[in-house]
Design a protein around this ligand. Structure first.
Ligand SMILES: [Zn+2]
Length: 186
C-alpha cells in the first residue's frame, strides 16, 4: 500500500511504500520524510495522474507540426514527397479543429478537476487562446475552399497558419506547464 511522505526539509512529496532514504528533490539523507495526508481525494488524484489534458494537447500540436513540415518540404521542393503524405496533410487540415476541440474540452475538465473552477485569470486566458486556436483552424478550412489558390500559395498559407497555431499552442503549453506544478486544494 502506497503512502504519501513529505520531506521535512524542502516539502517534496512522494508516494511510496516506504519513506525514501534520500530526498530526490533536495538530496538530504536520513529520516527526513514524514507521513503526509493529502487533502485531495484518492479518486481525484487518480484521474489527475492520467494527465488527460496534457496528453490530448499532443494531437493538435502534432497535426500542426506535420502540416508545417509536409508543406515546407513540398514548397521548397528538395525531396519529392509521396502523394499519400500530401493527401494526409490535407486530411490533417480537416481533423485539426476536432483535435483542438477535444483538447479544449479535456482542458476544461482538467481545470475543473484541479482548481474546482475555470474562471481564474490564467484559465480564462487559456480558454481565450484555445478558442482562437479552434477559430483559426476552422478558418483555414473555410479559406482553402473559398480561395482558388495555386499550389504554392496554398502551401504558403498553411505554413503561415501552422506557425501562428504553434505560437498559440506554445503559449498555451507554457501557461499549462505552470498550472500543472500547482498543488491542488482539497
Ligand atoms: Zn527534500
Amino acid at each position: 500500500m502506497k503512502k504519501l511522505y513529505r520531506c521535512k526539509v524542502c516539502g517534496y512529496i512522494v508516494g511510496s511504500k516506504e519513506p525514501p532514504e534520500v530526498c530526490p528533490a533536495c538530496g538530504f539523507k536520513g529520516k527526513i520524510f514524514e507521513e503526509f495526508e493529502s487533502p485531495v481525494s484518492a479518486k481525484r488524484r487518480i484521474i489527475m495522474k492520467l494527465h488527460i489534458h496534457p496528453v490530448m494537447v499532443h494531437f493538435p500540436l502534432a497535426f500542426v507540426l506535420s502540416l508545417f513540415l509536409i508543406n515546407l518540404f513540398d514548397l521548397i521542393n528538395i525531396i519529392r514527397l509521396p502523394s499519400t503524405l500530401l493527401a494526409m496533410a490535407e486530411a490533417l487540415v480537416w481533423l485539426l479543429p476536432f483535435a483542438a476541440v477535444l483538447a479544449t474540452l479535456s482542458g476544461l475538465y482538467d481545470g475543473r478537476l484541479r482548481f474546482k473552477r475555470i474562471d481564474t485569470p490564467l484559465l480564462k486566458k487559456k480558454i481565450i487562446l484555445s478558442s482562437l486556436f479552434i477559430l483559426l483552424s476552422i478558418s483555414l478550412i473555410v479559406l482553402q475552399s473559398l480561395l482558388d489558390l495555386d499550389q504554392a500559395s496554398y502551401r504558403l498559407m498553411i505554413l503561415v497558419y501552422s506557425i501562428a497555431l504553434s505560437g498559440i499552442g506554445t503559449w498555451l503549453g507554457l501557461i499549462g506547464g505552470s498550472l500543472i506544478e500547482a498543488k491542488v486544494r482539497g
